[in-house]
Each structure stands twice: as structure tokens, then as C-alpha cells.
Design a protein around this ligand. Sequence first.
Ligand SMILES: C[S@@+](CC[C@H](N)C(=O)[O-])C[C@H]1O[C@@H](n2cnc3c(N)ncnc32)[C@H](O)[C@@H]1O
Length: 331
Amino acid sequence: MSAAAKVRASAKVRASVTARLRAAGCVFAEDEAALLVAAARTPGQLGEMVGRRAAGMPLEHVIGWAEFCGLRITVGPGVFVPRRRSEFLAGQAIAAARRPAHDDGGWVVVDLCCGSAAVGVAVAAGLRALGRVELHAADIDPVAVQCARGNVAAVGGTVYQGDLYGALPPALRGRVSVLVVNAPYVPTAEIPLLPPEARLHEPLAALDGGPDGVAIHRRVAAGAPDWLAPDGRLLIETSERQAPQTAAAMTAVGLMAAVCADEEMDATVVTGVKRLARKFLSPKRYKILRPNQPSPANAHRLAVARAKDEQCAGCGCRGHQATARWQTMDW
Ligand SMILES: C[S@@+](CC[C@H](N)C(=O)[O-])C[C@H]1O[C@@H](n2cnc3c(N)ncnc32)[C@H](O)[C@@H]1O
């Protein structure tokens, strides 16, 4: 029996790892122990990995990957760990793109502030079944860019390094169908309140969203009209509290904005689309949806979604549609 097989086979080993993690305060000690045991190649490596986890390093950094929309995304030390709540952003982006693709028969997807590029890769993987996808991802942090390049290779695409749109090739101007963004949105004063796993192991630039947490959203929104295709969509992950400000950043630059949230996932996304000429829209469709004001049309759609027990467009799980409090308007 190989050393690796011995590690995996031993229920006793798993039990002792679980006990060690539990003592260190890990809430999901049993699940984490199973992942660590499966990832370790030798007993020595397992001991080292358990030590790092018990000392507070995020599990994903220890094992080297995170599960996101059913995909295995590589994530190394110094890179933001993709959060499960961002699966809602990916799902909304796929749903928003599900309309006639552009003349060239494909979608241009841009993942700005991409980190590991989990969101962009999930969106590209989700859309690929429906048509041709051109994926571009960008981040300011070279460590994230290197990590993203590995993940993007699985679906094809390009990763750039630089400050927001400054990283993108000018040829993308006016061509982006889906601009998906999970930028930092923690207000600066709230950084010290974050759990140590984030505060001590993820770069400050991945967390700090400025005085009100919406500074980068404003910059992203300001540049979006130049980069979006005429029927392109901008989707930004935000918090329930900050959603009105994120939406205001979009409307301030002439985009129509709608907020969509999933309570179970604690996820909120604001979607923006270029304002279409009023004459092309019926009064019913020309509407900006505001939080806590579900329109009758949305209430109907939610009822239908519940009845059908619809699957989430992004990760296939059941529940995103059914628990969404607000739905984006069908522009
Ligand atoms: C909250 S993390 C999200 C990463 C990834 N989108 C995800 O959901 O896993 C934010 C990312 O934005 C990047 N970032 C921060 N400021 C940026 C800027 N001005 N231009 C480009 N990327 C930036 C950080 O390096 C970090 O990787």
C-alpha cells in the first residue's frame, strides 16, 4: 500500500485531524479533515497542512483549490478565495447573457477585478454550451493574475494585469456583452472587523472598497458605457446595504440599474444596461426596479419559478431563483 493510500484509508487519521481542527475552532472540522486527508500525499505533508489550517490559514489556500459553481478553481496564498455567494453573480451573468448573441455569434465576457477568475471561468463555462465565448479577465495584482491565468486556461481566454479598464485591450471597447465584477466592497473602517482568515491571509487590495465601500464600483460604472456593447450588461456584486449606492453609480452614468438578491446566499447583484431610446420600450418595460419594490411582473415570475422549482442558471443548484427577492427586469 502506498503512503498516500495509507493516509486515505485510515479512519483513525481522519478522526484525529477532525479533533485537531475542532480544537482550533474550525466549524466544519469533519468536512475539512476529509478534504485535507484527500489532498495530502504523505503523512508528513498532512501534518504540515493540518498545522497551517489550525493556525488560521484558509482551507482553500492550504489545499490549493476552491469549489465554485461545481468547478475546481485553483487558489494559492495571497489570492482572494472565491466566495460561494459569488456563484449568484455568475448565475445572474449567465442569465443576463441568455439572449441573442452578437452578430458574430458569440459573447464577449470580461471579468474585471478577477482575482482567481472564478467568476469569469464559471460564466464562460456556463455560456459555452449555448454559443461562442471570448473570455477576458483582469486584475491589478500580479499574484492574482498568475493564478487566474492557470484557471482561465481550462476554458480559453486571456488575463491582463492593470488598473480596471486600463488593463484591457482597446479593441474591446464597445464590444463587451457581459462585464462581470466582484471588486472589493468592504468599507475601509470595517476591515478590522473582518474574520482573521480574510484580514490576515487575503490582500488588503482585494477587500478595501474605500470610505463607503463603493469607490471601485463608481469607477467601474463610470467606464462601463464605453466598453459595453449596445445590449451589453454590467453586473456588480455588492451588499444589500450598499446596493442603492452601487445602483446609483450606474444610473449616474446613464445606465438603467436593477437589484437582484438571494437571501439564502446573502448575495446581492446590481445589473446595469445602457439606457435604450424610450420609443423602443413599452412603458411597462421602461422601469428601474428598486429594492423592496417588486413589480407585479416579477412577483409573477417568482411564483412561476417556485412552481417549477427552477434550477439556478449558474451552478445548477435549486433555490437561487426561488429565493430571489428581486429579479432583474427583462429589458
Ligand atoms: C474581492 S476580490 C474578488 C476576486 C474575484 N472577482 C472573486 O470573486 O473571487 C477583488 C479583486 O479585485 C482586485 N482589484 C482591486 N483593485 C483593483 C483595480 N483597481 N483594478 C483591478 N483589480 C483590482 C484585487 O486584486 C482582487 O483580486
